[in-house]
Write a protein that binds this ligand. Structure first.
Ligand code: EIS
Length: 209
């Protein structure tokens, strides 16, 4: 868990605005987190997240002052793109990225809450399925839903996953879960705040891929 704890998300200010630069900086470590799943099968997922981050950063870099917060990016693009918005630019990239972040949030929360299959306590399937249903399933057509099921069977054992989160060091599961709980405080607040912006600005799209 050293991996995530070394790159904490920032505590949100009272107005719950998410600052773009520190957000992108904290997210840039998520692809390494996906490496902890241990298989190259997850490379397309990593590429997805990296692609979203690159797109958001490209827009931010055009005017860091104007796009200081994620909400300002949505507002700026709404003005700029008219009827194409929100299926455009960083607004679209963040729409998908936030679903991946919610996946990670629900997955880690479920682990931290000790949810498990009592007959196979070392499997992650219950946690992964819960995360998928809460984040992405609704936006995937039958083909990607089938791919998800196939990928799920390649997930590592829980002990393996927790060990690689701790960069291979032997730490007790409970110690690692305690660190996950700490990480989740600011991470969950950030993900929830992004969802609130999309809801407030009517920027969420329901289409399936
Ligand atoms: C978006 O992708 C692009 O992201 C966006 C723009 O091009 C837009 C246009 O419509 O499309 O088609 C992509 C979609 N992204 C839409 C699908 C990619 C394949 C992903 C494979 C799906 C498998 C299910 C994932 C479940 C993983 C199970 C893990 C089991 C252990 C610790 C775990 C962390 C896993 C995090 C999972 C995140 C998955 C993210 C998928 C997102 C998705 O569905 S734009 O691009 O605007 O930047 O140009």
């Amino acid at each position: 868990m050293a991996l995530l704890m070394d790159h904490q998300f920032r505590q949100l200010p009272a107005d719950k605005q998410v600052e773009t630069r520190p957000f992108l900086e904290a997210c840039s470590y998520l692809p390494y987190f996906i490496d902890c799943l241990g298989s190259t099968i997850f490379a397309p997922i990593k590429a997805e997240i990296t692609g979203n981050l690159t797109k958001i950063k490209a827009v931010y870099d055009t005017n860091p002052g104007k796009y200081k917060t994620l909400q300002q990016i949505l507002e700026g693009e709404k003005d700029m793109h008219g009827s194409q918005w929100p299926k455009v630019g960083a607004t679209l990239a963040l729409m998908w990225l936030k679903r991946a972040l919610r996946f990670i949030q629900v997955f880690l929360q479920s682990l931290a809450d000790g949810e498990r299959d009592e007959t196979n306590p070392n499997l992650l399937r219950i946690n992964v399925t819960k995360a998928y249903e809460a984040s992405l399933m609704h936006y995937h057509g039958w083909f990607l839903q089938k791919i998800f099921k196939a990928i799920m069977y390649t997930a590592p054992y829980k002990t393996e996953f927790l060990k690689s989160l701790s960069k291979g060091r032997e730490v007790k599961d409970e110690e690692c879960l305690e660190k996950i709980r700490k990480f989740l405080i600011n991470f969950s607040a950030t993900v929830d705040a992004i969802y609130d912006v999309y809801s407030k600005m009517h920027a969420e799209l329901e289409y399936k891929v």
